[in-house]
Design a binder for this molecule. Sequence first.
Ligand SMILES: *Cc1c(COP(=O)(O)O)cnc(C)c1O
Length: 400
Amino acid sequence: MIYLDYAATTPLDARVFEAMLPYLRPDGVFANPASTHGPGFKARAAVEKARAQVAALIGAEPGEIVWTSGATESNNLALKGALEFRGAAPASKTLHIVTSRTEHKCVLDTCRYLEAQGVSGRSGGQPVRVTYLKPSANGVVTPEEVLAALTPETLLVSLMWVNNEIGVVQEVERLAPMLRERGVLLHVDAAQAAGKLPIDLGRTPIDLLSLSAHKVYGPKGIGALFVRRRPRARLNPQMHGGGHEQGMRSGTLATHQIVGMGAAFDVARTDLAADAAHIGGLRDALWSRLQALPRVQRNGGGEGIAIAPHLLNVSFEGVEGESLRASLPELAVSSGSACSSATQEPSYVLRALGRDDELANASLRFSLGRATTAADIERAAGLVIQQVQWLRELSPLWAA
Ligand SMILES: *Cc1c(COP(=O)(O)O)cnc(C)c1O
């Protein structure tokens, strides 16, 4: 089996596994990090070390990292939390969000929820309106297009850094200062950007940024939300309880998971350039091999548009999507994102780029990782080329 689905999830890095073990063993560090005794202090120290490791990868301060269960929760907390905080102010009218049609489902579904519910505050409640910007065929939503969508009621813009299906890198570094100048909050889903691209929040005025450990060779079930301190981004908590995480996210901290995320982000920081060179090189090799086939299209990107090193999304004309995937049992690849493939519908991301249903369906997302080898890529390319040629030969449409 050749695993080329690193954008869906990654295995634990061996160094991460080792770092987590002392916090999982029955005789290990198991105390509650909130407890005020020796073992508790020890667990607390491990949590704080991990907080500093996560902050270091993105140029943040440790106090700006709030632990969550993953990027889905971080995105929910950022959007609902920011709107509810503002909604509590009696002066506010309609609350407006600007986002894009190619965001991860968890951002889009949270926006739909907010639109349906509005935000209830002390003063009764405010309706929420959302603008879903359509990207160009290359997958990009420009900062200028975002600015054009702002209204006096816009509270927040949510734009992902790297798209999880096509890898397109949005210009959030150029957008951030423009929004800061206009007093609009910027939330960025960086689940696919962390560890893949350099991120420096010391220089980029993003207010809220979502992270996940399991996309970066850390454990599943742990993530973080960066919440800027200066100027302070204010959120209403979504999980109420013991007041953990500065009151923003209650619940006993999962020390072993947190230690794993810290170790994973530490490795990602030291290996970032080497990973990008290795993974990006193999990705480019895969794309040049696949171009041996006529009528293949790369989805997303183009002149002057950056694509994250681990992603390649290709449409194959003249084949039926389901048959193509069924003909490649040795390849772990996905048609769209794992999160939406349960629905078996053509990818809404590719549709938003203007691909028709048929072509969107006849697409494969290859995502590469640290353990991918040149031999994997050679074999994967060979299999795909062989099967596409075979399916095209069988297809009366292709013959015509
Ligand atoms: C995987 C992913 C998520 C969800 O992260 P979880 O930690 O699995 O909840 C959100 N956004 C993007 C862009 C992702 O790739």
